[in-house]
Design a protein around this ligand. Structure first.
Ligand SMILES: CC(C)(COP(=O)(O)OP(=O)(O)OC[C@H]1O[C@@H](n2cnc3c(N)ncnc32)[C@H](O)[C@@H]1OP(=O)(O)O)[C@@H](O)C(=O)NCCC(=O)NCCS
Length: 271
């Protein structure tokens, strides 16, 4: 059943704003697709290269997740265009970030996909570079060890100051935000994760949305004011984040939607 969009407006309140830019964030929990042959539906939309990649996975579960994620991506892209979902053609940059090449008229449509055990997140924008990440937070992870190894010194210090009960949550908050940034840049782990840091507002509520500030450490050359970020939990299972190359003083509209079996146009808004 279609519902009204819940719209998040981000802007410096005192600044004149131009036309709002928009990013759509599409979330899917694979559990919602159980029992509707979704992996096959997704697989039917894949191109030869995607099928080859899917077939490299050893376990059916991983093959099905790949087919479903990439099939959903094609369906979502087609909700912005008259293009048949099976007709999208991609090319990749040197670090593996895909972009649209066919139809050429839609090449400016930006997207990014993330998938994890049990869920996927897709970011789409007409004009803004976007990176997204989703992580399943229930899995076994040595949070502090990984943080020590990959995060910046200020992030590790802030993480270690939290009560034990909050450290795991903060780890995933940081991880997803950091991944979303390197994915928006399109360079993946070629950007060292300790050369940029996220700081959380004091009044931050982990159950709600977070809009943190980023800072960069040389030699990483980038400007904090060029970026906007958002992170949020989805249920008890997933942590998500999005990075958008959009000036902080510019209005940015982010709409979160939840995909379920049925027409993509009827995707419901994520509460
Ligand atoms: C490849 C990488 C960009 C993301 O990998 P990931 O987190 O394992 O996977 P995600 O599901 O979030 O993203 C994968 C998708 O992003 C897209 N992608 C691939 N390379 C990309 C890049 N350089 N930039 C942006 N997007 C990229 C693809 O659509 C890919 O899907 P596919 O592999 O099914 O085709 C890279 O950042 C990476 O390898 N990260 C490893 C994570 C890690 O160890 N982090 C340590 C933190 S403690």
């Amino acid at each position: 059943m279609p519902t009204f969009p819940k719209t998040f407006i981000r802007a410096d309140k005192n600044k004149e704003t131009e036309m709002p830019e928009a990013v759509d964030l599409w979330f899917a929990s694979f559990a919602d697709f159980d029992g509707c042959d979704a992996a096959k539906t997704g697989a039917d939309l894949l191109d030869d290269e995607e099928r080859r990649r899917r077939d490299r996975f050893l376990f059916t579960r991983d093959r099905d997740s790949f087919a479903l994620s990439h099939g959903l991506l094609r369906l979502v892209l087609s909700s912005y265009s008259k293009t048949n979902p099976a007709a999208w053609t991609y090319a990749w940059n040197d670090w593996g970030k895909p972009r649209i090449v066919e139809p050429a008229a839609e090449a400016s449509l930006r997207f990014n996909l993330s998938h994890t055990r049990g869920g996927a997140l897709i970011g789409v924008s007409r004009s803004l570079e976007v990176g997204v990440d989703i992580e399943a937070t229930q899995r076994e992870t040595s949070c502090l060890d990984l943080a020590d190894r990959y995060f910046s010194p200020s992030e590790v210090a802030a993480l270690r100051q939290l009560p034990d009960s909050r450290q795991r949550e903060r780890f995933f908050e940081l991880w997803t935000l950091k991944e979303s940034y390197i994915k928006a840049r399109g360079m993946g782990l070629a950007i060292p994760l300790d050369q940029f840091s996220f700081a959380f507002p004091k009044e931050y509520d982990p159950a709600g949305e977070v809009v943190p500030a980023i800072s960069f450490t040389p030699p990483l050359d980038d400007q904090p004011e060029e970026w906007q970020f958002v992170g949020r939990p989805v249920g008890a299972t997933f942590r998500t984040a999005a990075a958008v190359r959009c000036r902080r003083d510019q209005q940015l509209r982010m709409i979160w939607r939840r995909l379920r079996p049925g027409p993509v146009s009827e995707a419901e808004l994520l509460a």
